[in-house]
Write a new protein. Structure first.
Length: 134
């Protein structure tokens, strides 16, 4: 009887310690890619050389070995326990050695903001056609 009490208390203590320690798990932020400042992005212009773009923005996150005319600067951030994800994408297109076109996504691409924007936008209906009376 005495031994069963000791075993129960030890089991209870081990269970309690496990529960308490499970709440202490640290989850790190996941950050990948190039975090570009808006002022640096604004400085990129059509006609700049590859060397100028690289010195301004750094090495691109994605540089396609088969298609060298496009540099992708991608940024991804997920905070430790948050469900929000911040994604940004900036693309520079080249013709020869000069910038020919720039595509940028200024707005974060996360599921929550896209859903909220979709819900917030009112549905527009086409006006009902009126029939002419003879």
């Amino acid at each position: 009887m005495y031994m069963t009490r000791i075993i129960r208390w030890r089991g209870l203590a081990a269970l309690l310690a496990t529960v308490m320690l499970s709440a202490c798990v640290y989850s790190i932020d996941i950050q990948q890619g190039n975090l570009l400042e808006p002022k640096d992005i604004d400085r990129v212009a059509v006609g700049m050389t590859r060397v100028q773009v690289r010195s301004l923005l750094g090495t691109p996150m994605v540089s396609d070995p088969f298609e060298g005319a496009r540099w992708d600067y991608v940024y991804y951030l997920k905070r430790n326990r948050s469900s929000e994800v911040l994604k940004q994408h900036f693309v520079v297109y080249f013709e020869g050695d000069k910038v020919s076109r720039i595509d940028r996504s200024d707005q974060p691409k996360n599921a929550d903001s896209a859903t909220a924007a979709t819900k917030a936008a009112p549905a527009t209906e086409a006006p009902a056609a009126t029939e002419a009376q003879p």
